[in-house]
Each structure stands twice: as structure tokens, then as C-alpha cells.
Design a protein around this ligand. Structure first.
Ligand code: TRP
Length: 352
């Protein structure tokens, strides 16, 4: 039995926020001592909607590395790498694109959603839907077993599972009736990967309505100080009028309470008093939540600041991570080419 391997990643769109932490990064930090871990920065995917802004993408790429290190990813344990420096990913993308019906890709609800939210209409590039195929290659190039992600990424993982099954059936003689868990044992190149969704898959933003997202302006960042956190939470709308009014403990504020206040007795007490309207104001709870968030991110803020103005060191980390990523991805590509009748000779690329 090979060791469990996990792969996940983020598109560089700016600083990471608390939504990333609870949805995915927290889980990665937990996993890094239990599995072989790869974290990819999807800087090529960033070009799908921002190809005219390469400087921003480069800056955001390095910001993500800072956030990862601040949140506790350890580059000794986790290979943090650049999508654009692993050529096997692009090669597999092309091959996998042949295994997926065009209409199947376009039916992906996450793609459809993005087209709507970003107002792309039908003016998106050819590369935009291709990124969904690319994401299957990101994962399969590492023959990953687990993919820690937020809920919105599940359709991409489902597509990845379909590609893996199809490849194993077409080119490795795996019987279509084989259980997902048995694909590798049955001779398939690719294990069928599973999404590993964090405990709080969807953290509401500080507007109390939408998912936390930088572009919606409702995010709390690692660089926010207590004062800013309080101010942001102050805007969270609950609709409740007074401390004596029974409140809904399923609202966004209480999702924050349960996510960030670690004392279970205190959480239970707040829930009980809120539900009963027992003299507990939203403002009071918000301050308690803000303090809990601050206690969580203050050490992250400090670690992050230590990487300011050190782009070269960050690039060294990416370089070492990409070196490790390439060693594995090249091996996978060779296996896949062999299976698909493309293994004419053994090539060696020097990737350093
Ligand atoms: N699509 C993901 C996002 O925008 C980023 C991503 C790219 C990814 N490749 C991946 C996530 C592979 C998990 C696995 O957040």
C-alpha cells in the first residue's frame, strides 16, 4: 500500500482570507504530518480571466506563499509549487481533454456559476472552460488520493474522478464494474481521488449573507488587526433588534461563534441565551467573536510579516517545491503515456 497523497491548490487572486483557512488550509495543516502533501498555486488558471494582468498575478502568487507559510504550511513537509513550472500538468491536460465530452465540461456547475458571477456572458476565452480539464490534470499528475477543498470545488473533483475512471478503463484494462477504491489495485494508473471537505465548508462573509470572498468585500484577512475585525463584524446583519429578542442560532453570527470560539461550554451558553433572548446583545457577541478571531490570526499575522520584502526567499521555496512536484508528475506522465500507447522511449527532462 502506497502512502496516502494529498494535493490541493488555490488560484492566486489576492490575499487568502479566513474563508480559505476554515474551508481548506486548516485541514491541509492537519494533514501535512499524516500524508505526502502537495499544494499547487494555480497561476496558469489565473490567466483564464486576467490574462491582461500578468504583474498582478505574479504579485498575488507570492502573496499566497506568504499566507500559506503564515497559516502553518511547512515547506519541509508540504511541497508548495507553481502550476506553470510542472510541464507534465499541461501535457496531461491535453490528453484528458480527449477523454471528456465537450458538453460534459460545459455542464460543470462551478464553471457555470463563475460565468454568471463574473458576468462573462459568452465572451470568455477558450482557455476558461479548459481550466476545469486542467484541474483534473493538476490532481491526477500526483495520483492523489485526497483533495482538501471547499464545497464549491466538488464538481471539479467529480470531473476528475470521471477522467480517472475513464482513463483506467480505456488504457489500463480496468473493468468498468470495479469499485472506485480498487482502481489502483486493478492496474489503473490513477487512484480515484476523493474530495475532503473541511468541517465548515462555507464560511459566510461579514455581510452575513454571501460566502466570504475578496471580490465581495466581505472578507477578513490575516493582516487585519483587532480593530478592523471588530469594524467588519460590526456590519454583520442579523435582523435582531434587542438583547431580549430570541435570536436564530443558525444565523451567520452563530456560525462564527461555533467556528472561532473554542470553549465549547461558552458556545453552548451563548447559544442558549441567544435563543431565549436572555439579555445578550449582538454587539457583545461580535466583540467576543472578534477577540477569538484575533487570537487565532495574531500569530499568523506575525509570521506573515516576517516574509515581507523577501520575494527571493519565497521563490526559493517555490523552486524546491516545484522540483519535488516534477519528480512525481514526470513519473506519472511516463506511466500514463505508456498506458495510452505513447511510450515510445523514456525521455528525461532536466527541470531545475
Ligand atoms: N480551482 C481552485 C480554486 O480556484 C484552485 C485549484 C486549481 C485546485 N487546481 C486545483 C484546487 C487542484 C484543488 C486541486 O480555488
Amino acid at each position: 500500500m502506497t502512502q496516502r497523497r494529498m494535493l490541493t491548490g488555490d488560484t492566486p487572486t489576492g490575499q487568502l482570507h479566513l474563508g480559505h483557512w476554515v474551508g481548506s488550509v486548516r485541514r491541509r495543516v492537519e494533514l501535512q504530518s499524516q500524508a505526502e502533501c502537495f499544494v499547487l498555486i494555480a497561476n496558469m488558471h489565473a490567466f483564464t480571466t486576467r490574462s491582461e494582468k500578468p504583474d498582478e498575478i505574479r504579485r498575488d502568487t507570492l502573496q499566497i506563499v506568504r499566507d500559506y507559510l503564515a497559516m502553518g504550511l511547512d515547506p519541509e513537509k508540504t511541497a508548495i509549487f507553481l502550476q506553470t513550472e510542472v510541464p507534465a500538468i499541461s501535457e496531461l491536460t491535453y490528453l484528458f481533454a480527449m477523454l471528456l465530452p465537450y458538453n460534459r465540461v460545459m455542464r460543470n456547475p462551478t464553471l457555470k456559476d463563475e460565468i454568471k458571477v463574473k458576468n462573462l456572458g459568452d465572451n470568455y476565452s477558450f482557455g476558461f472552460p479548459l481550466y476545469a480539464v486542467g484541474q483534473t490534470a493538476d490532481i491526477l499528475a500526483f495520483r492523489a488520493h485526497a483533495v482538501p477543498v471547499g464545497e464549491d470545488q466538488i464538481p471539479h473533483i467529480e470531473l476528475t474522478r470521471e477522467v480517472a475512471r475513464r482513463f483506467n478503463q480505456l488504457y489500463c484494462g480496468v473493468d468498468p464494474k470495479t469499485e472506485d477504491a480498487d482502481h489502483a489495485a486493478a492496474g489503473g494508473v490513477f487512484p480515484i481521488p476523493e474530495a475532503d471537505v473541511g468541517k465548515v465548508a462555507r464560511l459566510p462573509g461579514t455581510d452575513g449573507v454571501n460566502k466570504m470572498s475578496k471580490s465581495l468585500g466581505n472578507a477578513i484577512f490575516l493582516t487585519d488587526e483587532l480593530k478592523q475585525i471588530k469594524k467588519k463584524l460590526g456590519k454583520l446583519y442579523t435582523g435582531r433588534q434587542s438583547p431580549d429578542e430570541p435570536g436564530d442560532i443558525e444565523n451567520a453570527l452563530f456560525q462564527y461563534v461555533r467556528t472561532f470560539i473554542s470553549d465549547a461550554d461558552r458556545v453552548a451558553e451563548l447559544e442558549r441565551r441567544y435563543a431565549a433572548g436572555d439579555d445578550i446583545g449582538d454587539g457583545h457577541i461580535k466583540i467576543e467573536v472578534a477577540q477569538a478571531i484575533d487570537a487565532l490570526i495574531a500569530p499568523m499575522r506575525e509570521r506573515r510579516a516576517a516574509w515581507d520584502d523577501r520575494d527571493d526567499d519565497l521563490i526559493d521555496i517555490l523552486r524546491e517545491g516545484s522540483r519535488r512536484a516534477n519528480a512525481l508528475a514526470e513519473e506519472t506522465l511516463a506511466m500514463a503515456k505508456e498506458a495510452a500507447g505513447l511510450g515510445f522511449w523514456k525521455r528525461s527532462l532536466s527541470l531545475d
